[in-house]
Design a protein around this ligand. Sequence first.
Ligand code: ARG
Length: 462
Amino acid sequence: MWGGRYKLGPAEIMERINASIGFDRRLYAQDIAGSLAHCDMLVAQGILTAKDGRAIKRGLAKVRAEIEAGRFRFSTRLEDIHMNVESRLAELIGPAAGRLHTARSRNDQVALDVRLWVRDTIDRLEPMLRELQAALIDRAEEHTATIMPGFTHLQTAQPITFGHHLLAYVEMFGRDRSRLADCRARLNESPLGAAALAGSPHPIDPRRTARALHFDRPMANSLDAVSDRDYVVEFVAAASLAAVHLSRLAEEIVIWCSAPFRFIALSDAFTTGSSIMPQKRNPDAAELTRAKTGRIVGAFVALCTILKGLPLTYQKDMQEDKEPLFDAADSLELGIAAMTGMVRDLKANPARMRAVAAADYSVATDLADWLVRKVGLPFRQAHHVTGTLVAKAAERRVDLDALSLADMRAVEPRIDRSVYRVLTVEASVNARKSLGGTAPANVARAVREARRRFLAKRGRGR
Ligand code: ARG
């Protein structure tokens, strides 16, 4: 492509370090879509004849068909996807192929291709996150009144409902969707027309190519157009946070299906056995989803590190953005699909969850709140009285409701029989009707609201 001033070919190692075709072939559809739009614009502006334009478009369609049929011969010698496509186009249609690159450089071309690829990827992942939310909401609806222990410090804190717990993740994935939508809105400007870096002397119409490729507008500054990779970083940042959320849910699944917990079971479809321990059912998909977070966050760090020292404008370093980008997107896609599968697959064990929720004085706060409401104690004092009662019960190895009224009155004489009504896990969750609280009635309403907020047809993000 630059034979003019070159006499010798590249060293073998030069070819190897330089080539990106091994991974950027994934951009073929975006590359060809960009070329078709560019070609139409050149014809409309009288830069290219209609006849050459037709030949180029026919040729590009043929190249695309060859790639899709697996009949295309990619060549490392031709470095990247852009030159592989152009070179094949020349074989197919002859010298007219050489006119396609008028008023264009691989610099604005690759910036365009990656932008389109990130946009397409967001459009694929965002509905997958929505599907995951739908799965969580369906399961939450089944479990609006299923009681489980709520934890802080992984210590039993207060009883909550399983549905409420699942809906917490629906909120996280809702924010992830809206972050992807923000990223999409900001990236949706076309770099075409910047050419190598400074713009073009030809009478081009960047607005036309922008429109044809469904961008909101062309980019304002040609130097920025060829050197900006913010959209890659933003996408991978949003992917990192989504992966962190998937990983937290994965971690809970791993814990919940462990033998000491037994809160849930995963079916054969989402577990693996052990080659030595016949009793084992391992939650490998959850563990791997948790681990893929490392790759995705690693991609984010790699991208920031690649970009941080680059002067304007295009630097070849930017070629190294693709592998982390692709790997992060692939890992996230797998993780979302696996978690959606597990959420739909898991079988809850409500009896076990309730038993654990009722242990370890989880209703102690309810007793303190009762003392505030019925006896009028300041909360700090109620906390102290309750603490004394918990110590007494613990000493005898019994639950709070096994203490006699006399035992309780020895600590606080104004306690009456009605206190026993708040000392069950059911009473505890039913009482928490404050906005966003765990009461089953709240959760049933929250399920309906979540469907409206996240699953309604126009529901993008929030
Ligand atoms: N393969 C290159 C990349 O991915 C395409 C752009 C090359 N531009 C250049 N001036 N060498 O960044």
